[in-house]
Design a protein around this ligand. Structure first.
Ligand code: TRH
Length: 398
């Protein structure tokens, strides 16, 4: 960590200024893109919607660059969209109390450097310390959200902030004006076509448009076989690196951006891995989105198009409980056939089952699923968004 004279790092506390003036957000990339995906989105939103200074500490800038092409993976410090991005590596050093921000967010229990924790304890006033937790639709989240824990050996308190699907949780990330921008885009076919052309997506007409983002064990091959045999045409856009084996088998060529083949009713096309805002637009452009993990799941909901979720696998199949919890919330209020179609498709996708057994029913229900998505999105929109809830919470305890 550089000297505390570093102007981007040193933080002074001005009680008369809006609180929090400055946030340090720490992100360790465990695997995949969800850790940095969530942190990058949150950092940008705190700057853009809440005018807060944010420094994002990231231990893996190469992964970050995949979802934000402007990132220089070698830079020790850089600025992106108003966020100061710092490389978090072994040379972190010995920060002083003055280097610590008003608020310190530890994403997903990523374990802050001991030297930084010591500096937090030495700071007066103490920073607000938040652990941002993983998203779940389970009801126990409501009881644990905003709970605190005392640090064993230092005078510090850590608060647990849980994203979720109800007013008694930290909510979902939704930046200002997102739904308006999404609606405008979806109601502007020329804008959508020019976006798709710009990312190299060729759309055969008419075709059911799908995007595919899943873990390697998803039954993508079974999905492709099913869609190939379906006389109703489909096109499946797959970002490079996703479902590689199934894509390679279908294309009979390496699954590289631009590769494309049509067999029977299905066209599969590999796209480049997109920057986050373009990935959003891809979701907005498709009739069905296959998403995974946490962040793309949330974005699929704001896209308001039918979707199938591939949940991040956990030990002892604990993820099935989480999957069911979201299915219960999402299908509440659907008619029985539509709910059954959604459940069967999600379960088959997550249990590596034959997609042929559920696809016909799912596809027949697409119009109803699409109209349910409009209600579901409206319902979720009633709750305050995660960044606003976080700022409110910080002000309450700060
Ligand atoms: O990459 P993921 O599988 O991340 C997962 C989950 O977050 C999981 O909960 C966590 O425990 C694990 O990582 C470590 O899926 P997720 O959460 O959807 O994150 C992907 C990010 O990548 C998201 O921000 C969207 C972004 N993305 C792009 O920017 N461009 C793309 O082309 C694609 C496909 C994704």
């Amino acid at each position: 960590m550089p000297e505390s004279g570093d102007p981007d790092l040193a933080v002074s506390y001005h009680p008369c200024m809006a609180f929090p003036e400055n946030i340090h957000l720490f992100c360790r990339v465990v695997d995949n893109f969800g850790d940095i995906g969530v942190c990058w989105r949150l950092a940008r939103q705190l700057v853009a919607d809440h005018q807060t200074g944010v420094t994002l500490w990231v231990d893996d800038l190469a992964s970050f660059q995949k979802i934000c092409s402007g990132i220089d993976p070698q830079a020790v410090q850089q600025r992106q969209e108003g966020v100061v991005v710092r490389r978090w590596d072994a040379s972190f050093g010995q920060p002083r109390a003055a280097d610590v921000a008003d608020v310190v967010i530890e994403a997903f229990g990523c374990a802050l450097p001991h030297s930084y924790i010591a500096a937090m304890a030495a700071r007066s006033p103490k920073p607000v310390w938040i652990n941002l937790e993983y998203l779940s639709a389970e009801s126990w989240i409501e009881d644990c959200h905003a709970m605190q824990s005392l640090y064993p050996s230092l005078p510090l308190v850590k608060y647990f902030f849980f994203p979720g699907f109800s007013a008694r949780t930290g909510g979902l990330m939704r930046e200002n004006g997102l739904l308006e921008r999404r609606s405008a885009f979806q109601n502007d076919p020329p804008a959508m076509s020019s976006f798709l052309t710009g990312i190299g997506a060729q759309v055969p007409m008419p075709a059911c448009r799908m995007s595919l983002f899943c873990y390697p064990d998803a039954p993508a091959g079974s999905l492709f076989d099913t869609l190939q045999a379906d006389p109703r045409p489909s096109v499946c856009f797959v970002p490079q690196g996703v479902a590689q084996e199934a894509v390679h088998t279908f294309l009979q060529q390496p699954a590289e951006a631009g590769a494309r083949a049509t067999r029977g009713g299905l066209t599969v096309q590999v796209l480049p891995f997109l920057d986050q805002p373009d990935y959003d637009r891809l979701l907005w452009s498709c009739d069905v989105n296959f998403v995974r993990g946490e962040d793309s799941l949330v974005r699929a909901q704001w896209a308001a198009r039918p979707f199938v979720w591939h949940i991040y696998p956990q030990e002892e199949a604990a993820h099935h409980v989480k999957l069911d919890a979201l299915l219960d919330r999402y299908t509440a209020g659907m008619d029985q056939d539509t709910a059954q179609a959604a459940r069967a498709a999600w379960q088959a996708w997550n249990r590596r089952s034959d997609m042929g057994k559920c696809w016909g029913q799912f596809r027949n229900q697409l119009p109803r699923l699409a109209s349910h998505m409009a209600h579901w999105t409206e319902q979720l929109k009633q709750y305050s968004d995660l960044a606003s809830n976080l700022i409110q919470f910080i002000r309450k305890i700060g």
